[in-house]
Design a protein around this ligand. Sequence first.
Ligand SMILES: [Zn+2]
Ligand SMILES: [Zn+2]
Length: 364
Amino acid sequence: MDDARPLTDRPVVGTPSVSYGDVYVAGSEPLPEGEMRVTIIGSGDPWPRKSQASGSLVIEVGNPERDFFLFDIGSGALMNFTGLHLPVTGTSKVFLSHLHADHIGDMPGLLGSLAKIGRIDPVEIWGGGSDEPELGLAAFVDHMTKALAWDTRSFRGLKATSGTAAIPHELPYDRPDTVYQRNGVTISSFPVIHALNGAVGYKIEYAGLKVVFSGDTRPCRYVVEAAQGADLLIHECFQSPRVAARAMGLDEAVVAKLLKAAHTVPDQAGKVFAMAEPRMAALWHLDLRPGVDAVFEDISAHHSGSVVASQDLTVYNITPEAVVARQAQLDPAAPVIHGPSELEPHLDEPNPAPSWWANALLDM
Ligand SMILES: [Zn+2]
Ligand SMILES: [Zn+2]
């Protein structure tokens, strides 16, 4: 696999009005007004590895606020995020497709650590509700916040702790809904078919452009409906049962059953793409290690449009003129960038020092 190139034979659809560099050097291309940029910061599955973090993407929009949104935040994704030169203060809008651990693994770091690094505003988290409240997004956020009590308490009086707060927005698990409308951006959710009630996908619209993200799902009518005429459809995809079974060292029948119950395989992805006809289709959540030739072959039996197998740091630039896929290059030791916050930083009363510290502290 050549990390510097996107995995596709058609990385450009349309005719771009500007020339994009072969590689996106993070931080070097301010996003123009009217453009969207989607960066895959986790392309993998529950087995996080250097080559593929667990699922996550960042969607930037060229509105005056230069808002950006995180969709899922799997293990390893934050490490990729911090190299993108985006302001830590802006990490306050997170949309979760569902609550499988490989989609939320970096949430403690996002809530606790990025607040220490400089996020002042609370994090709003959108995600599916459930017919059982204990399985819904609000319960998850409540438990997560409580689990971080020590972390949050620890820096009272030293840094603003307001950025550790999380505000849940529960979305319907059984029907589409418009869930976010601010600063020229509209985000809608729709139910998808994955494991339990509460898994959703999202449609993100800005300046006449449309990106659809399936989350984890079996082939689903709601995805196809949301993605009609989309500029970019990011759809989950697993290797075919035959390839996946070999890669995992498991029996093919066992793997086939698992994938059929919860996911989408290349043959099905091809059919979904043929129904939705997006300008560009992006595969996501795909184990790239076994290679993608068989994946593209299965898809092309049904769909002839551009398809990209997302790697970590595949970047999609979307304009009315063109959709362009490239790979990003990160600064591995990128500095922190601070942007505007809604709240003023406020210091709480500091924690009293435990009395036993007086005898233990080395006076240096
Ligand atoms: Zn899942
Ligand atoms: Zn998953």
